[in-house]
Every structure is written in structure tokens, then in C-alpha cells.
Design a protein around this ligand. Structure first.
Ligand code: GLY
Length: 317
């Protein structure tokens, strides 16, 4: 099974530039996981994208900690880093774990040292914009502490900063049907230091099976981990399901399981959070679905790079 119209790359909606670059690299003959990692590298280096790499939103102690994973279809090898500090290109470090070690995941201080050993420069990832967002969050956390809340101050500020789980995922398939995938993120904003989301967990935030397809996730990582989101999607594609239907099925499963934790659902029994899922099949067919309507995803194929709307479980009012 090979793509009918040449290589394809898909990504989360913040990855239009990423899929464009990945698709170009695939046309030039690059390995699919290398193409995906180079694609997301653009977004990791963008200080205006607050979901990943430089400019990513920090943890509760105002330190940016990155998670990333990669997977190579032809060898079924994976690499990952978690809670990586002071390093812009977490996905490329994860690729070094895949290429240069017999391990799958390296975390924290060890991941940082591993990055330095491979020539990745030390860099402070915290931009002023991300620091100010953290400060607004911190000041409004608790109206009984010594930080003044919005309603306790006598001047106007920019208001609250919602917590986010922005991330970038990219999957790629070559014209020969070889797959690669990668997910990279600064994770849940203002998380507990050391918290690891779904992005670096193989089978949760990313998975790839060269016989079937690749998949990835963005959004509430805890929900994706608990349902092995990406592995489930690839399994459904292996059983013959279209990528969109496979994503929708897993989004429904995650929504259904959220009902088991009362604090996660609204008065209508629907999740208070969102999860977005992305899938690319070995034959080049692709799709995406989220729990809530309004999401889109990026794709690049013979028709160029663009965004397309994702399927969804619930329509937002
Ligand atoms: N999906 C990103 C995270 O939860 O960290």
C-alpha cells in the first residue's frame, strides 16, 4: 500500500509551515521521521507559538519544560525526552535518542545533559510574553494570598490567562508508504514541575506502525494517556477504518471515559476539556477529529499545504 499522489504530511493546526517543510523534505527523499522533525522544528523555534519550544508556557515555578517523542516506521524504533529544560529542539533530541541509543526515553537532567552532549545549545526558553502570562496566572490563583487578584488591584491588566495544552504533532508518509511521526510540546501550562504529558509517551501522544499508519494527539494529555490514544487510532486503521473515523472513535471513547471523573464533565455530562487527534494511513489517506467542534488540522500533499476542518463529537454552543 502506497500513497496514490505521492508523499503526505499532516499536523496540528499550528503546523501549516511544518507540513509544508516536511512535504518538501519528503519530495527530496528525506526519511519520514526526519522530515517530520524538521517540520516541527520551525514551530519549536517560533517564539510566538506558546505551546512548544522557545516561548512555550512554563510550569508552576515559571520554568519551561518540554516533552517530545518520535517514531520511525521502517524500524519501529522510538525516541523520547520528557521534562527537558533549556533546549529549543526537543523533537530533534528525541530523534537522537532513537538514532544513537538503545533506550526509548530520557528525562529531566539526564535529557538536558544528553542534549548538550549532542551539540544542542543551552538556551533560556522563557520569553517575556510567556513570563507575563505565567505572572497573570500566578496572581489570580488564590485571592487569599499576597499576590493581588484582578479584582483587588486598582489598575487594569490584560485579564486571566487560561491554562492550555497546546502542542504540535506531525506525521509523514513517503511516496513508498514508509511512515514517521513526531509530537513536541511545552505541555500543560503551569503544570507541576516534572509533570509528563502524553506527547513523549509512545502510544499516547504519538504512535506509528509502518504496516498501518501513524497518529498523534494534542489537548488534555492525561485523558490521552489513559486511553492510549494514538495506539488505539493506529489499531483501528490497521483493522481497516478510515483515519477520520478512527480519530472520531477514539475521541468518543475519551469523552465517554471522562464521565467516570465528575470534575471533568459539565452539567450535560460532556468533557470540560478538549482532545484533538490526527491520523495518516499508509496509503496517504488522512483525517482528524476532536471532542469539541471548531478544530482544524494542517496537511500538505500534491495539492499543497493548507488547513482542513476536523470531525468532532460535540458541537460547541
Ligand atoms: N497534550 C499535551 C500535554 O498534555 O502535555
Amino acid at each position: 500500500m502506497t500513497p496514490r499522489n505521492g508523499p503526505v504530511a499532516i499536523a496540528s493546526a499550528n503546523g501549516v509551515g511544518a507540513v509544508e517543510l516536511a512535504h518538501q523534505r519528503l519530495r527530496e527523499g528525506a526519511d519520514p521521521v526526519v522530515a517530520a522533525v524538521e517540520g516541527v522544528g520551525l514551530v519549536e523555534a517560533d517564539p510566538d507559538d506558546m505551546s512548544v519550544g522557545l516561548g512555550g508556557l512554563p510550569n508552576e515555578e515559571c520554568v519551561v519544560e518540554l516533552d517530545a517523542s518520535v517514531m520511525h516506521g521502517p524500524t519501529h524504533k522510538a525516541g523520547a525526552v520528557a521534562a527537558l529544560r533549556d533546549t529549543v529542539h526537543a523533537a530533534a533530541v528525541a530523534l537522537k535518542v532513537l538514532q544513537n541509543t538503545d533506550h526509548v526515553m530520557i528525562v529531566g537532567e539526564g535529557a538536558k545533559r544528553f542534549a548538550r552532549q549532542h551539540g544542542f545549545p543551552a538556551q533560556d526558553l522563557l520569553t517575556d510574553r510567556a513570563r507575563e502570562a505565567w505572572l497573570r496566572w500566578k496572581m489570580q490563583l488564590n485571592d487569599g494570598d499576597d499576590w493581588l487578584d484582578e479584582n483587588q488591584r486598582d489598575w487594569n491588566t490584560d485579564g486571566a490567562t487560561p491554562r492550555t495544552t497546546g502542542t504540535i504533532h506531525c506525521s509523514a508518509v513517503t511516496a513508498d508508504g514508509d511512515l514517521g511521526a513526531c509530537t513536541t510540546t511545552s505541555g500543560l501550562s503551569y503544570k507541576l514541575p516534572g509533570r509528563v504529558g502524553d506527547s513523549p509517551i509512545i502510544g499516547a501522544g504519538m504512535f506509528c506502525d509502518n504496516e498501518a499508519g501513524a497518529a498523534g494527539a494534542t489537548g488534555r494529555g492525561e485523558a490521552v494517556i489513559q486511553s492510549c490514544g494514538s495506539h488505539s487510532i493506529v489499531g483501528l486503521m490497521a483493522a481497516g477504518m478510515h483515519p477520520t473515523d478512527a480519530c472520531l472513535e477514539v475521541a468518543k471513547t475519551i469523552a465517554r471515559r471522562s464521565k467516570l471523573q465528575r470534575r471533568l464533565i459539565d452539567d450535560n455530562g460532556r468533557p470540560r476539556f478538549d482532545v484533538k487527534l490526527y491520523a495518516l494511513r499508509k496509503d496517504g489517506k488522512f483525517g482528524s477529529a476532536s471532542i469539541w467542534s471548531g478544530a482544524s488540522f494542517a496537511v500538505a500533499d500534491a495539492d499543497g499545504a493548507r488547513t482542513e476542518p476536523a470531525a468532532f463529537v460535540y458541537e460547541r454552543a
